[in-house]
Design a protein around this ligand. Structure first.
Ligand code: SAM
Length: 228
């Protein structure tokens, strides 16, 4: 962690996203209510969440998928910055689901964000069945941010239900550089990060890159893939 990273986010964010913006109250409420409900402070940073939302807007995404809802913070960013977007977001923890749904109702986004309670692999397998059956639209944007050991399973399922040209983002693959630390190779989260980097790299369904990031949520990085 570096104080300059915090300071740059603290300086730039109020310029690029002034507190007068319409989604400010909803985003603040999501963080405050999540903390009050005892959820861990592991949501995406405001700058990173807005970047994801703007990427979805640039691609004119109408249907997005998230794995790992937590309190709905990144979900509220995605939907509130994209009036055309419908988001399906999957969460395993029943308490997180309840907090997220309340935060989404507060944000006035319950009609465009569907929180599905369940284990990511099970739910994505069901969604894939619906997509392949033609009863659910393909996704134009996917944000994978749940249990890191299933990163590859989530990518593998998501790639089969993505539109051509869709973006699939996997969060937290750099983990302060531990991605390449010999001593960390036994950690399940590092194995999950390396597995998804290596397997997506040789997957004919997508082209990918890992982008390292710093900011108020420390040093980490995304795997960013575009589906062929
Ligand atoms: N995307 C959220 C945001 O930026 O506001 C943060 C998500 S948090 C890093 C990860 C979430 O994944 C937690 O709420 C956790 O309960 C959930 N999770 C863990 N294992 C899961 C699983 N197998 N299926 C679905 N969600 C899971």
């Amino acid at each position: 962690h570096h104080p300059v990273w915090d300071a740059v986010d603290a300086y730039t964010l109020p310029h690029s996203h002034p507190p007068s913006r319409p989604n400010t109250a909803a985003l603040t409420n999501a963080l405050v209510a999540s903390k009050a409900a005892g959820l861990p402070d592991i949501s995406a940073s405001p700058a990173q969440a807005k970047f994801l939302a703007l990427a979805a807007r640039a691609a004119k995404v109408t249907h997005a998928l998230e794995v790992g809802t937590l309190g709905g913070y990144s979900a509220i960013w995605l939907a509130s910055e994209n009036p055309q977007l419908h988001l399906t977001t999957v969460e395993f923890d029943a308490h997180h689901v309840a907090v997220a749904r309340a935060n989404i109702v507060f944000a006035g986004l319950a009609n465009r964000i569907d929180v599905i309670h369940g284990a990511g692999v099970d739910v994505l397998a069901r969604l894939k069945g619906e997509v392949l059956a033609g009863t659910r639209p393909r996704f134009g944007f996917v944000f994978i941010d749940a249990d890191k050991t299933n990163n590859w399973n989530y990518f593998d399922l998501a790639a089969d239900m993505a539109l051509p040209g869709a973006t699939i983002v996997v969060d937290n693959v750099v983990r302060g550089g531990r991605l390449v630390d010999e001593e960390a190779l036994q950690l399940p989260q590092i194995q999950g990060a390396r597995e998804v980097v290596e397997k997506v790299g040789r997957d004919a369904r997508a082209d990918s890159v890992v982008l390292q990031t710093v900011g108020e949520k420390s040093y980490d990085g995304w795997l960013w893939a575009v589906v062929n």
